[in-house]
Write a protein that binds this ligand. Structure first.
Ligand SMILES: NC(=O)CCC(=O)C(=O)O
Length: 262
């Protein structure tokens, strides 16, 4: 079975949720016309990194964004890895990814575990403490957020249970786009999984973002890759290929956790 995915590599209107909702609505409609199974959005797509105004513009309990995405999923008969949004909770504002299926039903949510100091996240956001594993389109999957990919032990934690697809949603700046590519390819090779990674483009007052959304296969091959312009990146792959790679080089059998200081 092949999985058809669409990655919405968009510019994000700084601190302007209404403009971003409208853009996401248009892009999801366009992607759904290609009969994709899964649509993926970038990190903090409702607000961008307008962190100093999160008290005003974060989504209370994530309710508005969640219903918006659930409605789109139902209308267009598509599963959605809904990027992430700033979610106002009792414990603070989290950078939260949520996933809905084709019926618009809630599948899972995950709050970014590693906050990125270089972009002041730790001053305005509260870190998550739970894993991002879920089943989507009958495939064992996981979703993490941007800086999380620099922590191979965290990604490995998600991969120990036959997970086949890792979704990554990001706002990754252009000056480190080589890291983005290298880290994603490394995570795919070392975990023998598909990596489906959606970045944003454009600028905000402090950063220029690098795009290069991509899909990597379990041998580390780049299946499709965007440039640094706004686009919808389409890709198709068979998640079962993971099993062949894991049989050929059985790293999950050969690993020696008894030796590792983790
Ligand atoms: N939004 C992010 O987490 C950015 C991470 C990043 O740029 C990095 O170099 O890591």
């Amino acid at each position: 079975m092949t999985l058809k995915v669409a990655l919405i590599q968009m510019n994000i209107s700084f601190g302007n949720p209404e403009a971003n909702y409208e853009k996401v609505r248009t892009k999801c409609k366009e992607a759904s016309e290609k009969n994709v199974d899964v649509i993926v959005l970038p990190e903090l797509w409702t607000t961008g990194y307008d962190l100093t105004r999160l008290d005003e513009i974060a989504d209370v309990n994530g309710e508005k964004s969640y219903s918006f995405i659930a409605e789109l999923a139902k209308d267009y008969n598509v599963s959605i890895v809904g990027g992430s949004i700033p979610k106002e909770t009792d414990k603070g504002i989290t950078n939260t990814l949520f996933v809905v299926n084709r019926k618009g039903e809630f599948v899972s949510e995950y709050s970014k575990a590693h906050l990125f100091r270089l972009m002041d996240e730790e001053k305005y956001l509260t870190e998550g403490n739970d894993e991002g594993s879920f089943i989507l389109e009958n495939i064992k999957s996981a979703g993490v957020i941007c800086y999380d990919i620099r922590f191979p032990e965290w990604i490995r934690t998600h991969m120990l249970d036959q997970t086949k697809v890792l979704y990554v949603v990001a706002e990754w700046p252009k000056p480190r786009i080589d890291h983005w590519r290298a880290l994603l390819i490394s995570r795919a090779i070392e975990n023998q999984c598909f990596v489906v990674a959606c970045n944003r483009v454009g600028t905000d007052p402090k950063n220029e973002f690098g795009g290069h959304s991509l899909i990597v296969g379990p041998w580390g091959e780049v299946i499709v890759e965007a440039e640094d312009k706004e686009t919808i990146l389409y890709g198709e792959f068979n998640p079962e290929e993971v099993d062949k790679v894991r049989e050929t080089i059985p790293i999950f059998t050969d690993r020696r956790p008894d030796l590792y200081k983790l």
